[in-house]
Design a binder for this molecule. Structure first.
Ligand SMILES: *Cc1c(COP(=O)(O)O)cnc(C)c1O
Length: 367
């Protein structure tokens, strides 16, 4: 049996590089609570992402939950169903109601032309997702939010290091969240960050990630615990040195996939924009059954038989799960429903052999 090929594989940096940081930790005897490596990583991320301020958290999901809490939202939050469950879970876990907006067929991000009809007097924010690293219509969303006085938060879990018209993608909206989970383009094993623009929100988040402690003898809010440890920060410092090379390698694989797959009738790939620097985080394809002759599950099973394991990201949609049906009124999201039933995320990581990319394309082409 050959080694199975999974949808992704975490990047493992050279061990000597990690051990150098571990030696530093042994010398400093600081393991957590905003230590030296933590602060170094926050600084380097701010530089790399070209943003005003980056704050680290234990993981992307707690970062998202806490930034929603820090913004003091109430009532309804307009979001997308076409995402990882974390996005809308963070809304519901803050006692807020998600209102699901449909997505665009061309790149699977929130359709900004459908937002306004969902706004009610209870709406306080828009939480959109740069899904697979395809940037949202940030300008359209900014205008709607300004007109209706709404906060904008981006789940940028997939969008590390991207730029839109030369601007670091973390700069849009009131705040953005990046996930540094092991399977993401840049990782700290588990981890995440929030990008903020003003220190008022920064100060709140600083309390929320550390039990609301503001001094040796003062606790001023009911905070959580979401601090990143020195061992995780060390992994981030190692990986950040390799990130440009990793993205470049992903790009070669994605361009090859796209070149070959775009020639197959019934196989659709997202539209790319000329004004975006992508990070090539995922390789989703949509199988249009009528044109292709077979459905998504057929393609998935066919690849599985050859030891190749793509994933049906994002299926099922959160707004079709029982745990949501009892929480909110369901909006119709026909495009998201269709994409969810037709999408397949193909294997993609920096050192995925090019022969495997070709083999996957061959299998999809042959049907
Ligand atoms: C991975 C992911 C998250 C959650 O991040 P964690 O770091 O795993 O907690 C949130 N939203 C999206 C879209 C993600 O892909």
């Amino acid at each position: 049996m050959k080694k199975p090929i999974y949808v992704t594989k975490p990047y493992i940096p050279p061990m000597e590089e990690y051990l150098k940081y571990i030696e530093e930790i042994w010398k400093s005897e600081v393991l957590t609570n905003m230590g030296g490596l933590h602060n170094q990583l926050e600084y380097q991320l701010k530089q790399y992402l070209e943003v005003p301020y980056a704050m680290l958290f234990t993981n992307g999901h707690s970062a998202l939950e806490l930034v929603l809490e820090g913004l003091n939202l109430s009532g309804e939050v307009i979001t997308t169903p076409y995402t990882f469950a974390s996005t809308s879970h963070a809304i519901v876990r803050n006692g807020l109601t998600p209102v699901f907006c449909d997505i665009k067929d061309s790149d699977f991000t929130m359709d900004s032309s459908k937002i306004e009809s969902l706004i009610t007097e209870k709406t306080t924010a828009i939480l959109a997702v740069h899904v697979y690293g395809y940037p949202c219509d940030v300008e359209g969303i900014r205008k709607i939010a300004k007109k209706h006085n709404l906060k904008v938060i981006y789940d940028a879990a997939h969008a590390f290091g991207e730029k839109v018209e030369g601007i670091g993608i973390g700069n849009f909206g009131d705040a953005s969240m990046f996930s540094f989970h092991a399977t993401k383009v840049f990782h700290t094993v588990e981890g995440g960050a929030v990008i903020i623009k003003n220190m008022e929100l920064g100060y709140k988040l600083h309390q929320l990630r550390n039990f609301g402690i503001t001094g040796e003898e003062s606790i001023t809010s009911i905070g959580s615990n979401a601090k990143m440890s020195e061992l995780h920060a060390a992994m981030g410092l190692c990986n950040l040195k390799h990130i440009d090379e990793l993205i470049a390698k992903r790009r070669v694989r994605v361009e090859h996939y796209e070149k070959r797959l775009s020639k197959i009738p019934g196989v659709r790939i997202a539209q790319r924009r000329d004004d975006v620097e992508y990070n090539y985080a995922y390789m989703p394809i949509v199988i249009e059954e009528k044109e292709y002759g077979e459905d998504r599950d057929y393609v998935c099973t066919r690849l599985n038989r050859e030891g190749i394991f793509p994933r049906k990201y994002f299926y099922p949609l959160v707004n079709t799960c029982d745990c949501y049906l009892e929480k909110c009124d369901m909006q119709e999201t026909p495009i998201a429903n269709h994409i969810s039933k037709s999408v397949l995320s193909l294997p993609l990581y920096a050192d995925l052999p090019m022969e495997i990319v070709d083999k996957i394309c061959d299998l999809i082409e042959e049907r």
